[in-house]
Structure formats: C-alpha cells, structure tokens
Design a protein around this ligand. Structure first.
Ligand code: PGA
Length: 253
C-alpha cells in the first residue's frame, strides 16, 4: 500500500515554549501509526532540533522543513540549505507551498532546482500544487495543476519521482475553513495520478502519495482520506491543536 501521511505545517506560528508544549501534548494524546502510515511535522526551522529530540523515540514520525535554498552552501545570507537540514535530522522538505509561491515569488523553475537539491541528498520533497479560486471558478483547475507538475517535477527520472510526495492544496481552501468536498479532492487527485501515469507509467503513479491540504480538520479528515486517491493530508491550522492533529493521524487509512 502507498504511504498514508498526516503532515503538519506549523507555518510561522508558536514560540519555542509553545512548540515544546504542543509536542508534549501530542505525545500524550492517543494516536497510532501502522507500518504504512507516517506523521510528519514541518516546523519552523529554528525548532527543528527541538522537535527532532522530542520525537526521537517515535516510529514513523519525522520532522520536516518548510523550505530550503536550492544551493548546498555559499554566500546566501539568511538561507538554509538541504544538506544543512539533513545534518540536523530532517528527512522531508516541503517545497512550493502556495504561500511561498505567492509571497516569495517562487517559480516552477526555482522549485525544480530546489527539488534537485533535496533529492541529491536523498531527502523526500513534499511538492505542493493547487489552483487559486478564479481558476477553480473557471473550471480549469486540471490544466493549471498539470502545468505546475510538468514544470516543477517532470524533469525528474522515474527513480527520482517515486521519492516525491505530492500535496494538492487548492489555494481557496487554505486557512479559509472552506474545504474541497471529498468528491472534488478525489477527482483532482485521480487526475494528478493519471498525469503521473502518462509521464512515468501506471506502476510508478500508483506508488506516489498524494496528500490533500486546505482546512483539513478532525471532523473532515476521515471522509477526505477515505477517497481512493487521497493518501492523507497536509494540515495547517488544525495541526496546532494536539487533539485535532492526533485525530487526523488516526483518520489515516
Ligand atoms: P490549513 O493550511 O489547514 O490551515 O488550511 C494548509 C496548508 O497551508 O498547508
């Protein structure tokens, strides 16, 4: 079975004390992960060592970064590279979140470079895609997302693409409380998988986990994750509440 993943995206939230408390609360809240399931915490970079230490004894639990620079070292003041993240225990790096595409002008071409940087050190990229509201209203979301995949990912070889996790996050559903219906999520996830199958073959497409993101919460996770092509979620707001995120982990299939 494909990996089923509950990924928390803390974004730019919490102080160090609050981060520590949240992880403690989460560890104290009943949740369980089967062999094919993972929980991933994309915490602010400064809290990575803290999270790695706290989660060290948990199986199938990983600490992720929310971004990295495309170069491995050099004169890039304020930036953090993929090898630096790996050196403190990070195995997954979120790339191309819509907030980074929008507020930090990350282009598909730049994301393609970042993907190469992450794959070069054998880490797992969590590659985000998803359309804005106007595109959804025009009904052209499939074409839009397909272009993001082609431009960002399709330079990868088959051996590389199987290491990528894709997160489909419709921008109109992020932080808005408006979730895509499970039918809408399934429809576009199946489309994404069909695009992957056309490029890389059905067997490879079947191996790639495709997460849904956008107002996932305890109350809708089970329904979303029950869809055959929805392999878990990338969760913002609800990942900041221990009981919510524990329930989301428990909703994985
Ligand atoms: P949200 O954010 O769950 O708060 O909508 C999801 C995300 O941006 O990854």
């Amino acid at each position: 079975m494909r990996k089923q993943i509950a990924a928390a995206n803390w974004k730019m939230n919490l102080t160090s004390v609050e981060a520590s408390q949240l992880l403690n609360e989460l560890l104290a809240t009943p949740h369980s992960l089967q062999a094919h399931q993972e929980a991933i915490f994309a915490v602010p970079a400064i809290y990575i060592p803290l999270a790695v230490e706290k989660l060290a004894n948990q199986s199938n639990v990983f600490v992720a970064a929310q971004n990295c620079h495309q170069k491995s070292t050099g004169a890039y003041t304020g930036e953090i590279s993929a090898p630096m993240l790996a050196s403190v225990g990070v195995k997954h790096i979120v790339l191309g979140h819509s907030e980074r595409r929008e507020y930090f002008a990350e282009s598909d071409a730049l994301l393609a470079e970042k993907l190469n940087a992450v794959l070069a050190i054998d880490s797992t990229p969590i590659f985000c895609c998803g359309e804005p509201l106007a595109i959804r209203e025009a009904g052209t979301q499939n074409v839009f997302v397909e272009a993001q995949l082609k431009n960002g990912l399709f330079h990868l070889t088959a051996a590389q693409i199987v290491k990528v996790v894709i997160a489909y996050e419709p921008i109109w559903a992020i932080g808005t409380g408006k979730t895509a219906s499970s039918e809408q999520a399934q429809e576009i996830h199946a489309y994404i998988r069909s695009v992957l199958a056309t490029q890389y073959g059905e067997a490879i497409a079947q191996e790639i986990s495709i997460l849904y993101g956008g107002s996932v919460k305890a109350s809708n996770a089970k329904e979303l994750f029950s869809q055959p092509d929805v392999d878990g979620g990338l969760v913002g707001g609800a990942s900041l509440i221990a009981t919510e995120f524990a329930a989301i982990i428990n909703a994985l299939k």
